[in-house]
Design a protein around this ligand. Structure first.
Ligand code: 5GP
Ligand code: ZN
Length: 138
């Protein structure tokens, strides 16, 4: 994708602080981090979001996240982390190339990853559960 920032980073057209790469992914530092040590995991193939990615590739990217997270924890000496993955502008995605955020969390760091909680009834929960389960063919 010629106008995709992450594709330009992957091709080397835009420089990045690269932590790791292999034939299908690149792990970089976020250039505008929410916290020190904010890491992004990107597939090298341009895929917009979770709805378009090959689930097996997503699995390998999340496996990588689980391998990198404890190393970040030991390196930067934090105890808490958010693993975040935004899909679509309403959900906060600003770069339309699939990526996983690994965000170190420190006490009183001011980072805000939160939502208000809906007060649904048990029957509303059941209706939602049933509609999704009825459509799942795993
Ligand atoms: P999103 O909002 O799409 O979930 O996350 C996009 C992330 O990409 C943001 O955290 C933003 O700081 C980061 N970002 C945007 N432009 C660049 C860039 O040129 N280089 C790097 N390394 N990160 C970028
Ligand atoms: Zn791209």
């Amino acid at each position: 994708m010629s106008d995709c920032i992450f594709c330009k980073i992957i091709s080397g057209e835009i420089p990045s602080a690269t932590v790791y790469e292999n034939d299908e992914c690149k792990v970089i530092l976020d250039r505008f981090p929410s916290n020190k040590g904010h890491v992004l995991i990107l597939p090298k193939e341009h895929v917009a979001n979770i709805f378009e990615i090959d689930p097996a590739l997503a699995g390998r990217l999340f496996t990588l996240a689980a391998k990198i997270a404890p190393v970040m924890k030991d390196t930067f000496r934090f105890e808490n982390m958010n693993v975040l993955q935004n899909n679509g502008p309403v959900a906060g995605q600003t770069v339309s190339h699939f990526h996983i955020h690994l965000i170190p969390r420190y006490e009183n760091d001011g980072v805000n990853v939160s939502w208000k909680q809906l007060d649904l009834t048990d029957s509303e929960i059941e209706e939602i559960r049933k509609s999704l389960t009825d459509n799942l063919n795993l």
